[in-house]
Design a protein around this ligand. Structure first.
Ligand code: ADP
Ligand code: ZN
Length: 781
């Protein structure tokens, strides 16, 4: 069995963990001079840049009482001048070394930025996801914190009456006398600026006094910008606490018990859309705050709406919201607040799982099925897995919540790795909305464009009744292909070999995989035929059609093109809430978390867009998207309905979504996955190899996979290897790509095999080929 729910992560009682894990990196240290073994204090240090270490360094006597695992240090490394910044992961005050070790040159923080539990988490992530520990530290501690963004070093002066006796003061120049008197009278140290304003002098007399040794000084680092703790909470909602439904109370009771037990436990709150999951989270946190503990709530970035924030900010005194649009100074300030212990709740996306609350009592992951919880760059961690590892090392519970749980989490409740809590009904006895499937294969002469007759009629009725509509189309841009009808040429990205998408604003043809962008060619670049065609439907084109069909309606589009500017997301949502917008159309952004009672209709323009992807999660994603967007309606007294346009009305994912039948879908899909041992039944890893030359890249891919095969055979592990082969995106940003998929019933042997096979696999620099290991990949393209 293998997934996030295996508790092999670090345990707090295993004191030797750090050293044990470090052996896994096992690189022989540079050949320092050999000496007879003698006892010295040794720090083990890792680096975010290559070479990543770990390497041992001697700790100078002066640092012995301060240095700890998690401290940043500057050390000599290779021939680099000025030293290199590294992270200390282990300290041994009575160490023995066969080599003469170089000394640490500088200890960079008075207090380590990472406490011992977080250091253990770093080492676990580095091990499991096969990423350099130094890089994991850099992910865990935001760069704004490392650089102390928004702070300034200030020098404070103080006068001691023992040094500055009346006699001495009397002998000073008038300005210096004034400075001395002010400081003697003050009961706190002052900065030069403060003194000079009060005295009405330059800073010169202060400096002179200091030089004479008559004033003492100390330097302090202080925050001077970014100190906002509240954003707009004016989201039009009144403060209300609800009388909990029976199932909410039952769930809460279980969660409270888990929190009080101070044991690790994973709970999955499966609650249909509109069942009041957020209210349960809030009550659970209210409970643990009473014991002086704090909580982390992870949400998909896009769900960080004023609505979500408002709900928490109204109910707690001290909330820290982390989001991608903060300035570095703000981020640093929030981090310090969190670390000081004053924050009760941290809300944020994936990376908030690392928030340094000193007394963490619970980690909640809302919409736990969401793909954004997996990072798609090194270290490629999944926040759910990290949350469970962190909780496990602290002895605290994790609460996952979703209307459409990931199959991994669902499966865990079947195997006893997680406990299931259910909210089977919506609050206030509201019904789930009716879902009508429209079979788009049946051609209706009167249907031109993207909107079928039934959907057109429903929109019209809804607007007539002064209700609001949400229309989902998960493709942005205007046209998704630009093709010549004469020669068939498709305009593609020269760097990615993927078709370009035409964007009407500015007449641009853009690659959605890289930044490539050109003016859309007016004629075929291949045969010069004048009359190139735009095929495929994107949200811009849908917007044009909707505006033409419903000229009296106010229409807004929400996709990553219209939501570029900070705050635009909130602006559209508040206009929608206040009724200024009748039809909100957009990509999956509009499918998540919104709770607006006047939405009477949800239309899904093409439910199949993700269904035929070459990815074993295609059906799951389709089910989630349709169910989630359907859940945006029927949240008020006037009910709601859903119309789903599809070319595959009989597909089990679409069928189940139309019945709001998560359990039926999950159980069937588990059977499908079992046939091929896909997760959650087995573990998967993906190796992506990319390079500038196709042949070289392929050769190295073969070589690497060959090594993995040999290692597998040597270790006698049951691992199926598919590939190497070109992935669906065979060229990206000018690089050729190959990938291999590895499957194994368990994650341990799979990780071990890859680690061993890659251990001393070196690619000559001249080949310009790189590879990445993606453990538990979410992306198969
Ligand atoms: P979910 O996250 O499960 O979709 P929400 O937490 O958004 O559901 O709750 C849906 C709506 O129901 C919210 O407006 C919330 O304020 C309200 N609500 C939550 N619990 C109750 C309750 N016990 N009684 C009445 N309304 C409730
Ligand atoms: Zn491209």
């Amino acid at each position: 069995m293998t997934h996030d729910f295996d508790h092999d992560p670090p345990h707090r009682n295993r004191g030797d963990d750090a050293s044990r894990q470090v052996d896994l990196f096992d690189k022989s240290p540079p050949p320092w001079e050999l000496v007879a073994a003698e006892e010295t204090a040794i720090a083990r240090v890792v680096f975010s840049q290559s070479p990543h270490g770990p390497y041992d360094y001697a700790i100078p006597d002066a640092m012995r009482s301060h240095i700890q695992p998690g401290s940043r240090v500057r050390v000599p490394l290779g021939r680099r001048r000025g030293g290199t910044m590294g992270w200390c992961i282990h300290v041994d005050m009575a160490g023995k070394s066969r080599h003469k070790l170089r000394e640490i040159s500088e200890l960079l923080d008075e207090e380590p930025l990472c406490d011992p539990a977080l250091v253990r988490l770093v080492l676990w992530i580095a091990h499991y996801y096969q990423a350099p520990a130094g890089q994991v530290f850099d992910t865990l501690i935001p760069s704004s914190v490392r650089s102390s963004a928004g702070t300034k070093q200030k020098t404070y002066f103080r006068a001691d009456p023992k040094d500055l006796t009346e006699e001495i003061v009397a002998g000073l120049s008038p300005k210096q006398q004034a400075v001395a008197r002010i400081l003697l009278a003050a009961n706190a140290p002052m900065t030069a600026a403060q003194i000079s304003i009060q005295v009405g002098c330059t800073e010169d007399p202060i400096r002179r006094l200091h030089k004479k040794g008559l004033l003492s000084s100390e330097r302090r680092r202080e925050q001077n910008s970014g100190m906002t703790t509240r954003w707009q909470i004016n989201d039009g909602e009144a403060e209300k606490t609800h009388h909990l439904t029976d199932s909410q109370s039952d769930a809460l009771k279980q969660i409270n018990q888990a929190v009080e037990s101070e044991k690790t436990k994973v709970m999955l709150l499966h609650g249909v859309t509109g069942s009041g999951k957020t209210e349960v989270y809030i009550r659970a946190i209210e409970h643990l705050v009473k014991f002086g503990r704090g909580a982390i709530v992870l949400v998909p970035e896009i769900s960080l709406t004023p609505q979500t924030r408002g709900r928490f900010e109204r109910r707690f005194d001290s909330v820290a919201v982390l989001h991608s649009q903060m300035t570095p100074a703000e981020r640093h300030f929030q981090w310090q607040r969190i670390r000081s212990g004053e924050v009760q709740v941290v809300i944020g996306p994936r990376s908030a799982v690392f928030a340094p609350l000193p007394k963490l009592g619970l980690i909640i992951i809302d919409e736990e099925h969401d793909g954004s919880f997996k990072q798609d760059t090194q270290p490629r961690y999944h926040a759910r897995k990290v949350a469970i590892a962190r909780a496990n090392s602290l002895g605290i519970p994790v609460l996952l919540g979703s209307a459409t749980p990931s199959l991994e989490s669902w499966h865990a409740t079947r195997t006893g790795h997680a406990e299931r809590l259910s909210l089977p009904d919506r609050v206030r006895d509201r019904a789930m909305p009716d879902v009508q499937l429209v079979d788009m294969r049946i051609k209706d002469d009167r249907t031109v464009g993207a909107i079928s007759r039934p959907l057109h009629q429903a929109v019209q009725e809804t607007i007539h009744e002064k209700g609001q509509c949400i229309l989902l189309l998960n493709r942005r841009g205007f046209a998704t292909t630009i093709q010549c009808p004469s020669c068939g040429h498709v305009v593609a990205c020269p760097d990615c070999d993927m078709p370009l998408t035409h964007h009407r604003d500015g007449g641009k043809a853009m690659c959605h995989y890289c930044d490539f962008c050109i003016a859309t060619p007016p004629w075929c670049p291949a045969c010069r035929f004048d009359g190139i065609r735009y095929g495929g439907l994107g949200t811009q084109k849908l917007e044009v059609e909707v505006k033409a069909r419903f000229p009296n309606a106010n229409v807004a589009r929400m996709d990553s093109d219209t939501m570029r500017r900070p705050g635009s997301h909130q602006k559209v949502l508040s206009a929608f809430r206040s009724g200024k917008i009748d039809i909100l159309l957009g990509t999956q952004m509009i499918a998540k978390g919104l709770d607006f009672p006047n939405v009477l209709l949800v239309g899904v323009i093409n439910a199949d867009s993700a269904l035929h992807f070459p990815d074993f999660r295609a059906a799951e994603r389709t089910f989630q998207l349709v169910t989630q967007v359907a859940g945006r309606t029927g949240r008020g007294d006037r009910g709601g309905r859903v119309i789903v346009q599809t070319y595959s009305p009989e597909h089990p994912a679409i069928q189940a979504a139309s019945r709001h039948d998560y359990i039926g879908f999950a159980e069937d899909e588990l059977i499908n996955r079992k046939k091929y041992n896909y997760p959650p039944w087995g573990s998967v890893a993906r190796i992506i190899i990319r390079g500038t030359e196709e042949e070289t890249t392929e050769r190295i891919a073969e070589e690497l996979v060959g090594r993995i095969e040999a290692t597998r055979d040597l270790l006698k592990h049951e691992i199926r290897i598919l590939g190497p082969a070109p992935p669906p995106i065979a060229r990206l940003r000018g690089k050729f790509r190959f990938h291999a998929l590895l499957q194994c019933p368990e994650s341990g042997p799979l990780g071990e095999t890859i680690r061993r096979a890659c251990q001393d696999f070196r690619i000559p620099e001249k080949d310009d080929v790189q590879y990445v290991v993606d453990i538990d990949p979410m992306d198969m393209l």
